[in-house]
Structures are given as structure tokens and as C-alpha cells.
Design a protein around this ligand. Structure first.
Ligand code: IPM
Ligand code: MG
Length: 369
């Protein structure tokens, strides 16, 4: 039986609460004979800073390097508003992404039928929605140098961030997106701003060339990133897979998340390149939502995005697509039965707690036999 090494990094705010629900689900799958899960735990974000003055320690980074998959909760909160910039909670997440080479971030936005009315858009706009945002995650303005605030001769300050992309970086993320489009509705939309940015010009050229050379069977369209944001709230079902850079992907995926009813619903997978020797890839799975410090510790958080992230780990790291389908099906069953955490409940309706939602999903898994 395969042994899967899982590193859990719950992080800050609601991170530990939602991660707690995943633990029961992991042990449930372990008992089903899916393999044995070896769980390690580490610190990231503000809690790591409190413990050892860094947003992630070198020893926890080592655990992440050695794990088959990292499950990540959330980081950040007002408590750490004044820590030095290089030690802010988010730095832990960015180091994980960069050092593990997790260049491909998959953010599926699926609107469960039972939740169409929880979206802020009309039900007919979001019902049956199934789109996938493929976000470049280790380049662009998040990491480009120089990145600094300098003082000018006249005493003013100037902040600089640098957006840069090479053809190699654009090609490898686009390849992932084309391959995924082939397994879905065979359509790729590439979002950039070639009308104002040189990186946008290069992005469009590179995607166009790769399409002609290797993926002419996939339908390709180019869309300006601002227009894409507008189209996502106008008629999101026109999309299948959207590929974009790091910053546009950050923004567009928050828009897409809200289409599904709540930020608490969206999982994500961040994948590295396949190791040709082992066929394995480094991977980190995290909910798209943040640490939500305002509701932390109250049992109000929706654990579905975190649990859905584990479903993605089953699919992409453990080769257990059937188990992933089963877990996603169990989530759909629970939503279909009307069970809701507060974020997706109708105003004034009864809502369950974080752990009640977790237990309901375990029960639904069992009921699926
Ligand atoms: C995300 C988050 C992160 C990002 C933050 C926490 C650094 O918003 O994963 O979308 O900007 O990438
Ligand atoms: Mg974001």
C-alpha cells in the first residue's frame, strides 16, 4: 500500500479550524485502504513568526520539500500588521510557492446547483458554471526585481515593482492550460493587457505561437484582462479555461470565486514541473480564501474550500481520481440536503458550524458506500 507524505500547514485565523476538518477526512480515506497517509504538521504565517521570527522556518521548508503534498490553510491578520515586510505572514506562502517551483495554480470555480441562489448574481448566470483559472504563480510582479521603495533626491519616495516574463515561463503555464482544456470543453481564453504592457505583448505572441505549433485543435481566444473581469460577471459560462499571469490571476480568481456563492467554496492546487525520473510533481493545495480574522475561532468558517483542496490533492498528487470524485460528490450531497455554513446560508436561515459541516461531509462519504 502506498504511503503518502502530507504536510499540513494550518497557518493563521480560520486556517486551523478548516484544516481540522480535513484531518478527519484524511483519516477516513486512510481507513478505506486508499493508502496510508503520513501526516506532519508545521507552522506558517503569523503563527510561525511568533514562534521563530520568520514566516516559515527552514526546517518546515525542508518538510515541504520532502512531502508528496502540502496542505495549506491561510495566513495573515491584523496582529502582524507591523512586522517587518520580509517577515509578513504572506512571505511564508510566497517562499513556499517560489522554493518549491509551484508555477501552475489551478483554481476551478464550480457552482454547485444547490448554491446558485447564494451567488450575488442571478441564478441563471451561474447555474452549472464550471470554469478553471490557470494562474502563473512564480513570476510576474510578485517576484520581479527591482522591488523596492527608494528615496529620491527631492525627498519624495518612489515605490517600484517589476513585471517581467520570459517566453519559457509563458510557454510552460500555457502548456498546462492547453492540456487541461483538452480534458474539458477544449477552449482556452488567454487574458493579458497587450494594449499597455510589454509583458502582455509577449504573452499574447507566445500563446499564439504555441497554439499554432502544438495545440491547434484547441479553440483559443485572447481577451484583455479588464474585459475578462467584466465578462466574468456578465456571462461567465462563455469560459472554459482561462490562463493568465500571477497578478491578473489573483484578481480574476477572486471574481470567479464569488460567482460560486462564497469565497469559502473555492479550492486550489499549485503544481510544479514533473520530475522526469519519478513522474512526481511538487504540490501545494490551499483554499482561495484568506485567514478571515474577523470570524476566526468562532466555528463559523466554511471548510468546503479546504476540503475541496484535499480532493484536488487526491486527484493531482495521489492518482486517486475516483476518491476525489467521491469527496466532491459528498460535498454536493451535503449542499443538496440544505446544510449551510453562515456564508452560504440564506439571510436569517439556520447555519451549521465548521465542525458540523465537516462531520456532515464525512457522513455523506460513508453514505456513498
Ligand atoms: C491568493 C492570495 C495571495 C496572493 C496572498 C495571500 C499573498 O491572495 O493566493 O490569491 O496574492 O497570491
Ligand atoms: Mg488572492
Amino acid at each position: 500500500m502506498a504511503t503518502h507524505k502530507l504536510l499540513m500547514l494550518p497557518g493563521d485565523g480560520i486556517g486551523p479550524e478548516v484544516m481540522g476538518q480535513v484531518e478527519q477526512i484524511v483519516s477516513w480515506f486512510g481507513k478505506q485502504g486508499l493508502g496510508s497517509f503520513e501526516i506532519e504538521k508545521g507552522l506558517v504565517g503569523g503563527t510561525a513568526y511568533d514562534a521563530h521570527g520568520k514566516a516559515i522556518s527552514d526546517s518546515d521548508m525542508k518538510l515541504a520539500q520532502d512531502a508528496d503534498a502540502v496542505l495549506f490553510g491561510a495566513v495573515g491578520g491584523p496582529k502582524w500588521a507591523d512586522v517587518p515586510y520580509q517577515h509578513r505572514p504572506e512571505a511564508g506562502l510566497l517562499r513556499l510557492r517560489k522554493d518549491l517551483g509551484l508555477f501552475a495554480n489551478l483554481r476551478p470555480a464550480i457552482c454547485y446547483p444547490a448554491l446558485a441562489s447564494a451567488s450575488s448574481l442571478k441564478p441563471e448566470v451561474v447555474e452549472g458554471l464550471d470554469i478553471l483559472i490557470v494562474r502563473e504563480l512564480t513570476g510576474g510582479v510578485y517576484f520581479g526585481e527591482p522591488k523596492e521603495i527608494v528615496t529620491l533626491e527631492d525627498g519624495q519616495k518612489r515605490g517600484v515593482d517589476t513585471q517581467l516574463y520570459t517566453t519559457g515561463e509563458i510557454e510552460r503555464i500555457t502548456r498546462v492550460a492547453f492540456e487541461l482544456a483538452r480534458t474539458r470543453r477544449n477552449k482556452l481564453s488567454s487574458a493579458e493587457k497587450h494594449n499597455v504592457m510589454k509583458t502582455g505583448v509577449l504573452w499574447k505572441q507566445t500563446v499564439t505561437a504555441l497554439h499554432a505549433k502544438e495545440y491547434a485543435d484547441v479553440e483559443l481566444e485572447h481577451v484583455l484582462a479588464d474585459n475578462c473581469a467584466m465578462q466574468l460577471v456578465r456571462w461567465p459560462k462563455q469560459y472554459d479555461v482561462i490562463v493568465c499571469d500571477n497578478l491578473f490571476g489573483d484578481i480574476l480568481s477572486d471574481v470567479a470565486a464569488m460567482l460560486t456563492g462564497s469565497l469559502g467554496m473555492l479550492p486550489s492546487a499549485s503544481l510544479g514541473a514533473e520530475d522526469p525520473a519519478t513522474g512526481k510533481r511538487k504540490a501545494l493545495y490551499e483554499p482561495v480564501h484568506g485567514s478571515a480574522p474577523d470570524i476566526a475561532g468562532k466555528g463559523l468558517a466554511n471548510p468546503i474550500a479546504m476540503i475541496g483542496s484535499f480532493a484536488m490533492a487526491l486527484r493531482y498528487s495521489f492518482g486517486a481520481g475516483d476518491a476525489a470524485d467521491r469527496l466532491e460528490g459528498a460535498i454536493a450531497d451535503v449542499l443538496g440536503s440544505g446544510t449551510r455554513t453562515k456564508d452560504i446560508a440564506a439571510p436569517g436561515a439556520n447555519a451549521v458550524s465548521t465542525s458540523e459541516m465537516g462531520q456532515a461531509i464525512v457522513k455523506a462519504l460513508e453514505a456513498r458506500g
